[in-house]
Structures are given as structure tokens and as C-alpha cells.
Design a protein around this ligand. Structure first.
Ligand SMILES: [Zn+2]
Length: 428
């Protein structure tokens, strides 16, 4: 049974870790071409590997790609199932993560929050209504010049604090735990070099937003690259000869369904999103991403691009369009629906912490989506932060304690009630 004072034990430890981790700059660098993309991630990984060792974990590896792996053998567990908890080391390159100075705002009063390093910056309940759920509570932000890095250092702190608690509360049951901290999640490389064999049978990423979030769905994601091949001649002698690839590419984009764009969609609606357009008369390239929760509906978008390409070629002799579509990731619900116990236990663990469960479909991707299709059913649990990737990013202090509490409860639930896992080699 959980000790009465569990939150009192977890909160100061999680906060201390969190404040330490955010001070280390681990911003991902999409331009570096290296793996991991930045030195700071290696430094943070080394620190965590060292702390895992101090906590008594085994088989600790900090590999050349920046991944950190560690194992904690099971205790008082009824099954040989192993459970993975995952968080990412990097922060988003969209806002500076250098010299993060966290500020603890004591007993939030419901009004605007001010930032010491930028007097013009204000965080108000109008733009983040969740603030009002935490009046009277302590809230952490950065000082105004940087992001905070709760995404995902709150996840790192939660996992580390839960492991510390398992060493302290010796009777607490848990299956074998396989911990992984990943680099470069923010630049879509989080699982690019992951060693699947080091992970367990079931996983949870601790990388969601508001306290209570449980995410079992993400986008089905396609990338499309269209290359328009035209014909350039001197504009003074171009009649009936020139085929202007650049203007045709622009017209093609204008022909896409106007309402199916990110700026006009929300909830479960999908979209076409043009991310890049470049070229001249001879050749032009359009890059876009196609997103939907339903794979068939997303494939309809691919089909529309094929049909539009054919009709443009027919309408303009001399034009050829080369269309390449590749799959980026799939909706993890396809996998999680076959393992309902994974989300069910996630839900039960959140409820046991006295938090209302917020079921959300991620309008984006997650490491868990890739892990699901690598054979590791992995929903995403809250880490507690809000307004990610912004200078106004904030987290309520209580979330830093509730997150490790949920992890500890999951440990107990999986240790006491092993699942019927047909697909898992461990259960075979
Ligand atoms: Zn994240």
C-alpha cells in the first residue's frame, strides 16, 4: 500500500531534480547533422547515467548516439513482464534553452504572471486557462528569455524520482523496469537509433502536457514531395514554348482544399500543410505533410495529389510532375487498440492519484508512436507542463509529484496483475 506521505516524499525530490535538469542546455540542433544533434544532450545523458548508477540500477549504457539505458530487476512481481519508461533529453530548438533560469512563483493568485528578465512578457489565464485550476499552488516558469524545458525534463525528473522512491520504499512491488532516455525527440529523431532489444514488453512515454493527460492516439503522418519539371526559354520568345514550373507549382498549391489546412482545422480534423516551396521556370519543388487520425482519410489526400498531378500534366503539355509520398509515422491507436490493458492501467494509475483523466489525441507525433510499431505498446502520459516550446512554458509544482506517483502506481498494477499478452515473447 502506498505510504500516506508519498506526495510529501516525492515533491521536494522531483522539484530539486527538475530545477537541476532545466539549468542544463540540451537544445536539439536540426542543422548539425550529428547524433545526438548537440553536445548538451550528451552532458545531460552522462549526468543521468551517473545518477541511475547511484540509485543502484544495472546494465547502464550511455551510447554513442546519446541514448541512456538502465535496468531495475523486478521485485515482488507475479510476472516476468518488463516495463519501459521513456522520456527525452532534448528541448525544442524553436526557443532558446540556453541559461534557463527557473522561477518558482509561490501560491499563484489567479492574475498575470510576470517574468523578471522581460518586463513586457506576461502569462495570463486568458491564454492558458488551465492556470486557474492551480490558484493557490506553486507554479514554475523560466525567467522570460528562454523556454522552461518541462518538455521533457519534467518527464526525466518524474522517472528518476520514481526510481529513487522504489529504492526507498523496499516493499513496493514492480516488474523489471527498463528505462530509456532518448535524444532529439524534438527533431523527429527520438527513436532513429534506439536499441529495441534493450526495451521491455510494454512502455509509457512521460512526455504529455497537462496533469491527467493520457494519450493513446496520434496523427497518421505522410510526407509528399512534388517536383515540377518545366521548360525554360527566353521570355521574349516564350510563346507556346515556355512551361513555367514555378508558377504551375504555385497554382497547384492554390488548388488544394482551402479548408484542409492547419490554420483551419482542430480536434480530429486532418490537413495538407505546405512546408516548403522553391524553384524557377525549369524546376520547382513543393514539400508538404499530410495529417489525419484515420489512415484511409489521409490516403485520400495522397490520391488527390496523384489526380491533381495527372490533370496538371494533361492541361499543360511539356510539364511533368514527380510525386513521392513517404510514411513518417502511424497512429499508435492501431497498436494500442490490440492491447487495451496498457491504456486501462494508465487510466487507473492517474485516477488513483486523484486526478481527472484527460484523454487526448495528439495532433502530432510522439516517440511512443514509433515504439508501438516496433512492438512496444506505448501510450503517452502527462509530464505536467503547458505552453511547450514558448517563453511562457509553465508547470504546476504538484504535477512534478503526481507524475512519479502515477509511475509508481503503474509499477504496482503491472506487478500485481500481469496481462494476457499474446504478442509478447515475455508472456509466451
Ligand atoms: Zn516532448
Amino acid at each position: 500500500m502506498p505510504p500516506e506521505n508519498l506526495i510529501d516524499y516525492l515533491q521536494p525530490r522531483a522539484v530539486e531534480r527538475f530545477l537541476r535538469y532545466v539549468a542544463l542546455d540540451s537544445t536539439a540542433d536540426p542543422e548539425s547533422g550529428r547524433h545526438p544533434s548537440s553536445e548538451g544532450q550528451l552532458a545531460l545523458g552522462a549526468l543521468l547515467a551517473d545518477e541511475l548508477k547511484q540509485l543502484g540500477l544495472l546494465d547502464i549504457e550511455h551510447d554513442a548516439y546519446g541514448y541512456v539505458y538502465a535496468v531495475l530487476p523486478g521485485r515482488h512481481a507475479k510476472s516476468s513482464l518488463s516495463l519501459t519508461f521513456c522520456a527525452h533529453l532534448d528541448t525544442s530548438p524553436s526557443v532558446s534553452g540556453a541559461h534557463v533560469r527557473p522561477v518558482v512563483h509561490r501560491s499563484y493568485d489567479g492574475g498575470p504572471i510576470h517574468f523578471p528578465d522581460d518586463p513586457d512578457l506576461r502569462l495570463t489565464p486568458a491564454e492558458s486557462p488551465e492556470l486557474l485550476k492551480f490558484t493557490g499552488s506553486d507554479i514554475i516558469t523560466a525567467a522570460g528569455r528562454t523556454l522552461l524545458g518541462a518538455d521533457d525534463k519534467a518527464g526525466l525528473a518524474a522517472i528518476m524520482t520514481a526510481l529513487e522512491a522504489l529504492q526507498h520504499f523496499k516493499d513496493w512491488p514492480h516488474p523489471e523496469l527498463r528505462i530509456v532516455f532518448t535524444p532529439d525527440e524534438e527533431i523527429s529523431q527520438g527513436t532513429a537509433f534506439i536499441q529495441r532489444a534493450k526495451l521491455g514488453d510494454i512502455g509509457y512515454t512521460i512526455d504529455g502536457g497537462e496533469m491527467g493527460e493520457l494519450e493513446t492516439e496520434c496523427f497518421h503522418a505522410l510526407k509528399a514531395v512534388l517536383t515540377f519539371h518545366g521548360m525554360n526559354v527566353h521570355p521574349g520568345y516564350a510563346k507556346n514554348r515556355m512551361v513555367n514550373a514555378g508558377t504551375l507549382a504555385a497554382r497547384f498549391i492554390a488548388g488544394l482544399p482551402a479548408a484542409e489546412a492547419p490554420e483551419h482545422t482542430e480536434g480530429r480534423e486532418g490537413f495538407f500543410h505546405v512546408t516548403s516551396l522553391s524553384g524557377n521556370e525549369s524546376q520547382a519543388t513543393v514539400e508538404m505533410i499530410l495529417r489525419d487520425f484515420d489512415a484511409a482519410r489521409n490516403r485520400r489526400r495522397e490520391k488527390l495529389l496523384q489526380q491533381m498531378s495527372a490533370s496538371f500534366e494533361t492541361a499543360t503539355p511539356g510539364l511533368t510532375i514527380d510525386l513521392r509520398v513517404s510514411e513518417q509515422y502511424r497512429n499508435m491507436h492501431e497498436v494500442l487498440a490490440r492491447h487495451p490493458d496498457v491504456a486501462r492501467k494508465g487510466q487507473a494509475a492517474i485516477e488513483a492519484a486523484g486526478i481527472p483523466v484527460i484523454n487526448k489525441a495528439i495532433r502530432g507525433g510522439t516517440d511512443g508512436a514509433h515504439l508501438c510499431f516496433m512492438g512496444l505498446p506505448t501510450p503517452n502520459l502527462f509530464a505536467g507542463g503547458l505552453l511547450f516550446h514558448s517563453r511562457k512554458e509553465w508547470i504546476p509544482v504538484i504535477a512534478l509529484a503526481k507524475s512519479p506517483q502515477v509511475i509508481l502506481t503503474l509499477c504496482r498494477l503491472w506487478a500485481e496483475d500481469p496481462p494476457p499478452l499474446a504478442a509478447s515473447p515475455a508472456a509466451a
